[in-house]
Design a protein around this ligand. Structure first.
Ligand SMILES: Nc1ncnc2c1ncn2[C@@H]1O[C@H](COP(=O)(O)OP(=O)(O)OP(=O)(O)O)[C@@H](O)[C@H]1O
Length: 257
């Protein structure tokens, strides 16, 4: 049985998956009995080997796909989804791209303008508002994508490897920015990433998945207080948590093999 409810004000996790399994029509078993909850202001990071079902899980959490069995409950007002690719409309200016989701929801023009300006300011792209996406670097385009989602002010955020295509330094810089943005305006969030360090830096809890069909093989609470800032990445304590999680990830892969 599958179920998706949107009852508000019930307390507890804002987004909750229980016993979620997914078998695609061609028989591919993508997920097996996955369950976790995300509370207010909590960020759950998900790491796992390539093809273990992370994107499938995120799409199911967002209601973009249905589980074969299990339940998804969401009490957040609208879910914002940031994809691996910035997916900007090339003929629109940066500002018009940031306004897009609000435009589709019928937010009045003046309010759209103001919220887009604030979001562009947050991601440091105010001076590029009139540019077309083609004039921006890959990192800047991802910041526009992030601004588009933040300007729409969703109640929960799902991020699918949002910085995956970027170089290490840009990726770390955007990670710092995202940590600051979430600290300033906490909301339940799920982040899928291939980078264990990124997951540790941004998450309150990290879930480690096995190879396909993806199962959760470890749940690790990240002990560092928020807001997290760049120097944390250089501490021995941070390196220790990253090493332990990496080890768990390898073991999960070996268990499933
Ligand atoms: N629509 C589909 N039909 C059939 N199989 C699918 C479909 N979508 C995904 N899969 C398969 O399900 C498995 C999980 O895919 P998914 O994209 O969720 O993994 P992932 O962990 O996000 O991978 P990556 O880390 O490489 O992005 C893969 O074997 C994939 O080929």
């Amino acid at each position: 049985m599958t179920e998706r409810t949107a009852a508000a004000g019930t307390g507890g996790p804002r987004l909750e998956l229980a016993g979620v399994s997914k078998v695609y029509d061609d028989g591919t078993e993508a997920l097996a009995d996955v369950g976790f909850g995300v509370g207010d202001g909590e960020l759950v990071g998900i790491v796992g080997p390539s093809g273990c079902g992370k994107s499938t899980l995120l799409r199911i959490a967002a209601g973009l796909d249905t589980p074969t069995s299990g339940t998804v409950r969401g009490t957040a007002d609208r879910i914002g989804y940031v994809f691996q690719d910035a997916a900007l409309l090339p003929w629109r200016s940066v500002r018009a791209n940031v306004e897009l989701l609000m435009e589709l929801r019928g937010v009045p023009r003046a309010e759209r303008r103001e919220r887009a300006a604030q979001a562009l300011d947050l991601v440091g792209l105010t001076e590029f508002a009139r540019h077309r996406p083609a004039a921006l670097s890959g990192g800047m385009r991802m910041r526009v994508s992030l601004a588009r989602t933040l300007a729409d002010d969703p109640g929960a955020l799902l991020l699918d490897e949002p910085f995956g295509a970027l170089d290490e330094i840009t990726r770390a810089r955007l990670g710092d920015e995202l940590a600051a943005l979430l600290a300033a305006r906490p909301r339940p969030a799920v982040l899928v990433t291939h980078s264990v360090a990124e997951a540790v830096f941004l998450s309150s809890t990290v879930l480690v998945m096995s190879a396909r069909p993806g199962r959760i093989v470890a749940r690790v609470n990240v002990p560092f207080p928020s807001p997290r800032e760049r120097p944390l990445r250089a501490t021995p304590e941070f390196a220790e948590v990253v090493a332990a999680l990496t080890e768990r990830l390898y073991r999960g892969m070996a268990e499933a093999a």
